[in-house]
Design a protein around this ligand. Sequence first.
Ligand code: SF4
Length: 371
Amino acid sequence: RKIDEGREQDIRECIGCNICISSWHDSVPVRCTQNPTIGEEWRREWHPERIARAGSAASVLVVGAGPAGLECALSLGRRGYEVTVAEAADEIGGRLRFETRLPGLAGWGRVLDWRRGQLERLANVNIYRGNRLTAEDILGLGNTHVVIATGSRWARLLYSALEIPVGRIEGPGVFTPDDIADGVRIEGPVVVYDFDNYYMGSALAEHLARLGHAVSYVTPAGHASAWAIMSNEQPQVHRALFAAGIALHTLSRVTGFAGGDLTLANQFTGAATRLACKSLVIVGARFANDFLYTALSARSQEPAGIQSVTRIGDALAPGAIVHAVYSGHRYARELDADPATLTYRRDAPLGRQRGTGMPGLAANEDLEKLP
Ligand code: SF4
């Protein structure tokens, strides 16, 4: 229909991330990075093209213009709210600004491109770039609702034999993806230590190899980018790493790093090995960047006219881009909504078995009423 009406620019182009197929592998409700309403048409009655009008004359300040903040601002704007977006960087996009420069991820820029194009047509959404707000600034702006969408930061943590991120490691030569994004100078040989297990570790290893560094990839998992088996990308990841000449060390934990020497332990036997390493890039845990939320919560008694302060996306719970987009969309859908309408329906296929002799099963209609 959009093509028939000459509205090609309104089509949310697929980015090829395969998050949709990962939902099937994971046996969880289907999700789509580009379209957060996918899988919620029946459960939450989210129509992909229709959204309720604003439930009040409230104004909303969205702090942060990454995937969550942009989706939130766009959906709030479509509802008719007055929305202000404050982005600390000179460009919008958040994590997408760096991640779309990594090998194989350029197509993910459509998450940003589509939202930017749609937002440019909304007169009630104003985006301010290069505006790093403090809690004091926000209290003085007089918005009704404040949304904190300030993302997350990668941590300099190691990983225990019990598969828990522990043991902060500092010092020269220890980096995170945030440092690489900030343009820090890296010296080879480089070891990318990945226990995030999705795309960042392998994409970063390939990126650093393309820059001319000797790169090794170390992971406690049995494969590179172990979770990418869910998105059907694992074979391509391995082919790309081997083609780039990157040495793989699986089932291995980093236990020490000093003097150009990295110590590894086998995840199951504990047997120690050593690798030459000048730069260790840790791709493991992330922590929410929620200091503004904490600062505003501490001042919630001040009469600034703010009715709510809410974290969304990675600032609430660091995850994949799909989760950030969903989180931003959900906030926008639910603002000023009647709480009675927010309960989602549950799939209850067993209920349909009633009458086939299976005792104790309620009818499907009854199961749908469960909270
Ligand atoms: S989840 Fe990713 S691959 Fe699947 S339809 Fe959405 S954008 Fe495309």
